[in-house]
Design a protein around this ligand. Structure first.
Ligand code: ATP
Length: 194
């Protein structure tokens, strides 16, 4: 069993996330991808807007009907900041014998040595870099990684929030079920004051 670990704020989840998770599944032969909404990381405290429960609900709505995808709220249940190493430890315990593959954006690869217990992270999981420009893994990458070529879909959650706040449609940028939740819960009506 090979399991992809896909973390993010998912504020909200959008088509870019779905495409990369799907591409990674195919390219890496993953049996499953766990979508793990993060508790608000300190550097995003001014930009993450939807409450944790709403982000989890939106992830569930976004992936509904795709048997390869599963939402996991383990980082939301844990108090305090979430460290990747703790998440991987818990997943390794829960899915013993499975091979874990950490899916990360290309910009995050350079940050791994600064994360808590990077050696342990690399012992618990393989690292797969989601590459949108065919660049692959840079020769001076600080940790061993494989590159996954993913379809370029230039949607960001920031742009979805901006549109919602401006009263513009978010149709076709997020799944319909996510759009319905954004409307029903009145999310992203205002941009945060910085
Ligand atoms: P924000 O705009 O709020 O910063 P985001 O759209 O980048 O959010 P996150 O939830 O922070 O979304 O992203 C989770 C993961 O998905 C990250 O690894 C990020 O690099 C990746 N990702 C986000 N958008 C895309 C996209 N359009 N194509 C490929 N990967 C993406």
């Amino acid at each position: 069993m090979r399991i992809g670990v896909f973390g993010g704020t998912f504020d909200p989840p959008h088509l870019g996330h779905l495409v990369v998770a799907s591409d990674a599944c195919g390219a890496l032969g993953l049996d499953r991808v766990l979508w793990i909404p993060s508790a608000v990381p300190p550097h995003k405290v001014n930009t993450v807007q939807a409450p944790a429960g709403a982000r989890l609900e939106m992830v569930r709505a976004a992936i509904q009907g795709d048997p390869r995808f599963e939402a996991d709220d383990l980082e939301l249940r844990r108090p305090g900041p979430s460290y990747t190493v703790d998440t991987l430890r818990e997943l390794a315990h829960r899915h013993s014998g499975a091979e874990l593959v950490l899916l990360i954006g290309a910009d995050n690869l350079r940050e791994i040595p600064g994360w808590r217990e990077p050696g342990e992270i690399l012992r618990l999981a393989r690292v797969a870099v989601l590459s949108r420009d065919g660049a692959g893994v840079p020769p001076d990458a600080p940790v061993p990684a494989v590159a996954v070529e993913v379809t370029r879909v230039d949607v960001s959650a920031t742009e979805v929030r901006r549109r919602a706040a401006a009263g513009e449609t978010i149709r076709y940028l997020v799944p319909d079920a996510v759009r319905a939740l954004v409307e029903r819960r009145g999310l992203y009506r205002e941009l945060p004051r910085l």
